[in-house]
Design a protein around this ligand. Structure first.
Ligand code: GDD
Ligand code: MN
Length: 362
């Protein structure tokens, strides 16, 4: 029999916290009538012996499971390992240091079960949520990370806190296939791979650590940047667009070389770059790999032409507007147009052309 809920807790040197947390989980879940649960602690062979404490507790309480990873380290991959081991209908991910209040779990579960959410985010940025004991520097870093996520990963905009480390997932409706834990913001990967899911949030106050110290450093922040670029379909879309430029010019040069008229050569270059971009958007940007047979491919190929055309039109209109109405330099107008046109093309492509609710990877 599978439990109703799995709670995944990654740990590294949390010997002072883990025992108390497991105890508190037991009493809170018990008093909310949730007996049917499992706790999965994923420990990376902590030198302080965190895993030993968990091992001892798991001998008395079979609902507590220990996964001790030896020779591997990393918060992201530890969480993913826990997610893959989870058997519950719902799975919650939380930290071991009491910065994520265990008392919130029944509300997360209720929100998913009663309101039918696929993902419930414990959110510091929702009304009523916040931080206690955070200095200006940490707030600014957090806000920067948040803005970056919102800009580059549009699939994350369904919640105000897509970089939260405390969240619940409905395992039946959310696909975890392809979630790798490249960096420590696993929720971001989940959201990027499941663009169609219903996301709700529950506010909470991120409290100071109860004992011990943070394990995350500057290298993790850099890893976060890598992670965000990897999961960002917008970044991939832009990169593909750039590779289309030499294709465009190359085909045009070729056509001119065999004596085609300039108009024909130019249009051939444009069409070739659209076809080139289309293939890479199928294979890489949106990972749809030509699904839906010939009909699906034709529908998306034509749809993509419309996105591109509207993007170009936006470009031109922006330039005209800025130049004619505001008297700006037309090159500056054109540059603003390129950015706006890109956004129009990308957004239409993502929302209308490649609008699948699950993606097979990023
Ligand atoms: N297994 C494993 N391996 N666990 C780890 C590792 C690791 O390499 N590094 C950290 N952990 C565990 C910690 O033991 C703790 O339970 C949890 O992951 C969070 O680590 P902290 O070191 O407490 O991170 P933090 O408080 O700085 O960051 C938290 O808040 C951020 C929001 O500002 C995390 O929840 C982040 O995911 C979150 O984005
Ligand atoms: Mn912490």
């Amino acid at each position: 029999m599978n439990p109703r809920i799995s709670i995944v807790i990654p740990t590294y040197n949390e010997v002072e916290n883990i025992g108390a947390l497991l105890e508190e989980l037991r009493s809170i879940l018990g008093s909310s009538g949730i007996e049917d649960y499992e706790v999965i602690v994923v420990d990376d062979d902590s030198p302080d012996g965190t895993w030993r404490v968990v091992e001892r507790i798991s001998r008395e309480d079979s609902r507590v499971r220990l996964i001790r990873r030896v020779g591997v380290k990393g918060l992201g991959t530890a969480i993913v390992r826990g997610l893959n081991e989870a058997r519950g209908d719902y799975v919650v991910v939380m930290d071991a240091d009491f910065q994520h209040p265990p008392s919130l779990i029944p509300r997360l579960l209720d929100t998913a079960a009663k309101l039918g959410a696929d993902v419930v985010v414990a959110s510091r940025y929702a009304r009523g949520g916040g931080f206690s004991g955070w200095g200006l520097a940490r707030r600014v870093v957090s806000l920067g990370a948040l803005l970056l996520a919102w800009i580059l990963v549009p699939e994350s905009r369904g919640t105000r806190d897509p970089i939260s480390g405390f969240f619940l997932i409905n395992r039946k409706t959310v696909s975890l296939k392809g979630v790798k834990g490249l960096g420590y913001k696993v929720l971001l990967e989940v959201l990027a791979l499941n663009p169609g899911v219903r996301v709700l949030e529950v506010p909470y106050i991120f409290k100071p650590r109860r004992a011990g110290s943070s394990k995350l450093g500057v290298d993790d922040l850099i890893l976060y940047l890598v992670q965000i670029l990897t999961v960002s379909s917008m970044a991939r879309f832009a990169l593909v667009g750039i590779t289309g430029i030499p294709v465009n010019l190359g085909v045009m040069a070729l056509a001119l070389g065999i004596g085609a008229p300039v108009d024909v050569a130019s249009l051939s270059g444009i069409e070739a770059s659209i076809a080139w971009n289309y293939i890479w958007h199928e294979l890489w940007t949106f990972k749809t790999t030509f699904t839906g047979g010939l009909e699906g491919v034709i529908r998306r190929y034509l749809g993509y032409h419309i996105s591109v055309a509207l993007g170009v039109l936006t470009q031109y209109a922006t330039m005209r507007l800025l130049y004619t109405l505001l008297g700006l330099n037309p090159l500056i107008g054109q540059l603003a147009g390129i950015i706006l046109g890109f956004l129009v093309n990308y957004t239409l492509s993502r929302e209308k052309v490649w609008n699948l609710s699950h993606r097979s990877g990023y």
